[in-house]
Design a protein around this ligand. Structure first.
Ligand code: SAM
Length: 241
């Protein structure tokens, strides 16, 4: 069996559906991972079968024993070994904080997609990934995964490798430690809020702060002058318009 065979006859562990990674991302795994590698994924399915094909020492985490059964029997029927895979049938949020693992060559984040699961997955696997190892984040079209992708794109500890179908982003880890940094050392958080960190200084978001303060001062003037109707109109316009 090779990758094309699996793509032509994919497993259907998700209630009979194929919800697999993009072909490009699966090809990336197939071409960059081998039986000397250690890998981990959150979520299970087509990607798990491709990890099985590579022969890597693999950990798959998903709270879905039935998906594991479908995946294992798919592999069994086609002679693809799965002895080298640890199947952990729990939510990744529960498992990852205490998981012992060897240094990883590739991590795929494609498990729970609700806030904050992709970040939890990233936080607890980033330190396990080797320098030079690959991180794949799937479904960056969803807000939670998109924020993670945008963060990594700007963080010098990570090098952007590719994005496929506007859906799957691949990064290479360059340096350890980005998950432990304060916001002032993370370009996207430092720049993205109403309070920014620019050249070692806190800078308030000018338009909102100054505009808000000016409106507040005009409101005080209305109060002092007894312009209660004008003030009430202004407040209701701000609240309800
Ligand atoms: C989009 S599917 C994964 C597709 C898979 N990568 C493939 O190529 O077929 C999402 C997976 O996340 C799993 N999942 C849902 N919540 C999870 C959680 N909290 N931790 C880990 N996996 C979770 C589901 O059981 C499902 O296997």
């Amino acid at each position: 069996m090779n990758l094309s065979d699996v793509l032509n006859d994919p497993p259907r562990p998700h209630e009979g559906m194929v919800m697999g990674l993009t072909e490009a991302a699966l090809t990336f795994i197939y071409e960059n991972i081998n039986d000397r590698c250690n890998t981990l994924e959150t979520g299970c399915g087509l990607s798990t079968v491709v990890f099985a094909l590579t022969g890597s020492r693999h950990t798959v985490i998903a709270p879905a024993p039935s998906e594991f059964e479908v995946t294992k029997s798919y592999c069994r029927d086609r002679g693809i070994p799965t002895d080298q895979i640890d199947f952990i049938a729990e939510p990744s949020q529960k498992v990852l904080p205490a998981l012992e693992s060897p240094p990883l060559d590739l991590v795929l984040i494609d498990g729970g997609h609700g806030f904050p699961t992709p970040y939890v997955d990233w936080f607890y696997t980033a330190g396990k990934l080797k320098k030079g190892g690959f991180l794949i984040v799937d479904d960056v079209w969803l807000w939670s995964c998109q924020i993670l992708r945008d963060f990594l794109n700007e963080q010098p500890h990570w090098e952007f490798v590719a994005e496929h179908d506007r859906r799957t982003a691949i990064f290479r880890k360059i340096e350890d430690g980005s998950e432990w940094l304060e916001w002032t050392e993370q370009p996207l958080p430092a720049r993205g809020g109403r309070i920014k960190w620019i050249e070692g200084q806190i800078v308030m978001d000018e338009p909102v702060t100054v505009g808000g303060m000016a409106a507040f001062k005009r409101g005080i003037e209305d109060l002092k002058r007894g312009n209660f109707k004008i003030l009430a109109d202004k407040i209701s316009r701000r609240i309800f318009s």
